[in-house]
Design a protein around this ligand. Structure first.
Ligand code: HEM
Length: 238
């Protein structure tokens, strides 16, 4: 269960209510608390200081939404109208990252820190030109830049919707921040979206050096319910 609200007090209250109502039927194995910016534009800054969410698919178009997010014809009937969420707790090595020169941080991602624009120019939502090269032949967006390796164009069209949260759980015993991203990626089939994309960055991505993947899970998320019905009934009480 993911509980979100503009006001953290509401989140805690909802969590306590859900736990109380579920008593005897379902319990809590683990719980993580995250945050994002105040309500506003779709993109936010993550704890590495980068604008995050820019390259997400535009799901205003219902055809795209159902192609990218909603379960397809191969999915079990109980998942109709549902989706899959990959959730990862990814700690950021912030002290290491923050000590790097700006140019290095921008090359690792392929976008400018100040405004999120691709290093090939324009503004935040200008498409990145992955083919652009300097006169000496060196690509403007580095071969190992995160946006190059994660882009659908580099992964046979693999597309996901990232809706991540930041977390800050104080300091670790060594004094470094216990902080990073609660990465959440939605898609209709992780085998053709998250998995192939993660396999590549895990090996070669320039960002990989500055993060530690601490835990990972994948959830099948049933679709919404009509009034009077309840979420997951087709699975739990068919
Ligand atoms: C803490 C770890 C990570 C950080 C700090 C991070 C940061 C970023 C940033 C700054 C961008 C560019 C802005 C944007 O489009 O949102 C981006 C893009 C992206 N990231 Fe990550 N990311 C992380 C992990 C991951 C992981 C694990 C995946 C999936 C395996 C992923 C997939 C993507 C995708 C698909 C894009 C869009 C690429 C495009 O088409 O432009 N990221 N990420």
């Amino acid at each position: 269960v993911q509980i979100a609200a503009d006001d953290p007090l509401v989140v805690v209250q909802a969590l306590r209510t859900v736990r109380r109502l579920a008593r005897g039927t379902a319990g809590t194995r683990w719980l993580m608390a995250g945050f994002t910016r105040a309500p506003g534009p779709a993109t936010h800054r993550n704890l590495m200081g980068q604008l995050d969410g820019t390259g997400n698919p535009d799901l205003a178009d219902p055809a795209q939404r159902s192609r990218i997010l909603l379960s397809g014809p191969d999915a079990p009937a109980w998942l109709a109208g549902g989706s899959y969420a990959v959730v990862r707790r990814i700690r950021m090595l912030l002290e290491h990252w923050e000590g790097l020169p700006l140019e290095h941080r921008e090359q690792a991602v392929g976008r400018r820190v100040a405004d999120g624009a691709p290093l090939t120019g324009g503004t935040e939502f200008t498409p990145a030109d992955l083919d652009a090269a300097r006169p000496d032949g060196v690509p403007v967006i580095a071969a190992n830049a995160h946006v190059r390796l994660a882009a659908p164009a580099s992964n046979g069209g693999a597309t996901m919707l990232r809706r991540s949260w930041s977390y800050f759980d104080g300091l670790r015993q060594d004094g470094t921040p216990d902080a990073g991203t609660l990465f959440v990626a939605w898609q209709n089939d992780p085998r053709s979206a998250f998995v192939p994309v993660q396999r590549r960055p895990a090996r070669t991505d320039a960002l990989a050096r500055y993060v530690v993947h601490e835990s990972s899970a994948v959830f099948a998320v049933p679709g919404g319910a009509e009034p009077g019905d309840w979420v997951g009934r087709a699975l739990l009480a068919p």
